[in-house]
Design a protein around this ligand. Sequence first.
Ligand SMILES: [Ca+2]
Ligand SMILES: [Ca+2]
Length: 335
Amino acid sequence: MYIPRFLPSLTAALILSALLSACGGSDPAAPAAAETDPYAGGAAYPWTYAAPSGQLSAQRLTAALNTLSFEPLLAATNGWGPIELDHSNGEQRAGDGRTLTLGGVTYAEGFGTHAGSEMRFSLQGHNGARCTRFTSRIGVDDEVGNRGSVVFQVFLDGALAYSSGTMTGASATRNIDLDISGRGELRLVVKDAGDGINSDHADWANPQVRCENDPGADLRYSFSFPRGINARYGKTATAILRVTDEPGHTSGPVSFKLSVFNWTSPGAPPLQLIEPNRVYDATTLPAEFPVRLRLRTPFPDGFTPPTGTVEITFAANLEDRGFFKRASLNWNVLR
Ligand SMILES: [Ca+2]
Ligand SMILES: [Ca+2]
């Protein structure tokens, strides 16, 4: 069963079994037969979610554009099964949504919800970032055609900051662009427009929060590989990367990706990072991260690979873009 990223599987199973058992005698898996409206029909499959205590931590909202579907939900409710991550609401089961589609345009990221629905997010920035704008495309998903009738609302710290008015499946997609400076909580609400929840499949497509660096923050980190490694061609090796914050500067959680910047063995087959898209995270520093690498084989015909010490330089790309650090690793290459 597909489980939304924010939902622990056990919780999902309990919630799902609870809501399915509340459906009376009908089989929720059976397709709705010969109904003109296969959706609500007067029924609802309410779903609620609250982050477990201890998970009410700051979002990873960094000084950049942050897509909300990567951020943890603090709490949520939905009228027709679980909110779907990066998919339309679909039916009442988790994971049965389709590609988010508004007016024929598809979106890879966002939330597929169903009235009545609510999602709550913290707007606390990461590493002192200040969040300034919330943007989203909104509309009734194409999966219900011209049906459905909803009102999208955005609350900031409990105060209504945006209301779409009634939108139906025939409405053109709208843009939300809100100033959220200085606000602590974002709440995204979908109401049924006063006529019940039939076909009220409401999408928040590309929901993004823009944050900027706190001009008062002076984050400085040092990256180093304190120990070299010995390894053979074609074998995976693990190097330890150490991250420390520099004395006299603001400390904070760190989050980054690594890439190979340079290595002193030109002409050789490329060095391979085993986990090229891994995000390295630490909430406290200093921290050490195992970095898995391999010198790729086979070699081109006639090429004799070098042995001995090669120096590899990595670039660490911190989430607040434009802040790069480099660290070099000495690798004793064995044949
Ligand atoms: Ca669903
Ligand atoms: Ca409605």
